[in-house]
Write a protein that binds this ligand. Sequence first.
Ligand SMILES: NC(=O)c1ccc[n+]([C@@H]2O[C@H](COP(=O)([O-])OP(=O)(O)OC[C@H]3O[C@@H](n4cnc5c(N)ncnc54)[C@H](O)[C@@H]3O)[C@@H](O)[C@H]2O)c1
Length: 449
Amino acid sequence: MNVAIVGTGYVGLVTGVCLAERGNQVCCVDNNPAIVEKLRGGAVTIYEPGLEEIYQRNLRKGRIEFSPDLPAAVLNAQVVFLCLPTPPGEDGSADLRYVLQVADEIGKILARHPGSGYKVIVDKSTVPVGTSEKVEAAIRRHVTDQADIDVVSNPEFLREGFAVEDFLRPERVVVGSRSERAIVLLKDLYEAFLPPGNPVIVMDEKSAEVTKYAANAFLAMKISYMNDLANFCDAVGADIDKVREGIGSDSRIGNKFLFPGLGYGGSCLPKDVRALLRSAQEADAPLTILQSVDTINQEQRKRFYRKIEKHFKGKLEGLRIAVWGIAFKPNTDDVREAPVFFILDELLRAKASVIVYDPEAMPGAKARYGDRIEYAASSYGALQGGDALVIVTEWNEFRKPDFGLMKTLMRQPVVFDGRNVFDPEKMRERGFVYHSIGRKSHEAHPIKA
Ligand SMILES: NC(=O)c1ccc[n+]([C@@H]2O[C@H](COP(=O)([O-])OP(=O)(O)OC[C@H]3O[C@@H](n4cnc5c(N)ncnc54)[C@H](O)[C@@H]3O)[C@@H](O)[C@H]2O)c1
């Protein structure tokens, strides 16, 4: 199938590359010339495990191309995927400007080229309920009602860090459409990806739009619930790890997404929770539970920072603090709404000197802080002369460090673990002062013989 992707960011690039991998002819459009140039030149623009290899293979085989030329891509395609940003507006609602602007351009293109054949415009961006009607109206404004198009809502559920795996083997595909013709076409396109038994779930456009927000808000709710519970465990001397095991083994609850930490970040959960809240308020059907989800999430990083302040009795000036992890989660270079920024801002405000390390996301920190902080070339490099280590992202390479080396490098063996990476008891035995989330903090004592 000839496919156009409009917006070649995290979702668009993964979608384009994976569709090419299954034999489709794909043209990825972006209005950022730097992105198009880099991708044409053979370099991927984002870090995502497994992406580079299939990108290179499909580029070599000529199944994928990158272009700034929207009209050519649209006219040549049977299916046009909109993978455009929907950032939060001032009131929290999703900003539809990019989606509707491209819909308007598509309408103009089709008006200039009547008879260019049946096209399905597929909205993959996360958009508020009712957007597919708006997209269709924006296109049809320029062409007659008879224009041979359908607009479909096809929300994307890929997880950054597992995006390629998720796209190539989705647990489900949601197609929001009432057009049999469009449904058949999309089923045809996705057939090559779905493992046996994993469904294409067909529904109306509005239900599909709500499904995406409902999924992300539910995941955010699990995280905030566990964070709230972890703080309760902190207060009463219980262990959130044990509680997690205890509840996660109940199949009605399940054991995924039950890890307390610094709260969710990234380009999806924070903005999607707020956008759904906003839509619900507008519909006079407020989803009150989500207000707490959002509040707990914002509080969580503050609570964690207070542990650092408390340990140093509010005197951080002149201390050297190492930070492991910038990305909002492991296996991505994405720093959008990353919790680390709150921690770094506070440390700088307290006049601590900060040195950071992340395997992939250093550019995100450099763009924001420039020379206000230091950048280490390795995790151990960040520890030299440090008064404390703060763990913000649970990259695998942080999980089994050489603790002896850490202690020789650091001036004080103090660790604030925002992701509960280590065992508190073992950290105590290793001679660290160790603070984590929802588990008892441990002062160091001499290493046992
Ligand atoms: N990132 C994720 O994990 C994820 C997962 C599921 C859904 N989503 C949703 O998918 C959408 C895209 O997210 P993303 O993370 O890929 O965003 P992104 O910012 O990484 O990518 C968007 C791309 O669109 C391009 N663009 C903007 N305006 C354009 C225009 N007029 N013409 C052509 N290109 C244009 C930008 O240059 C950018 O490269 C959002 O609605 C998001 O909520 C994201």
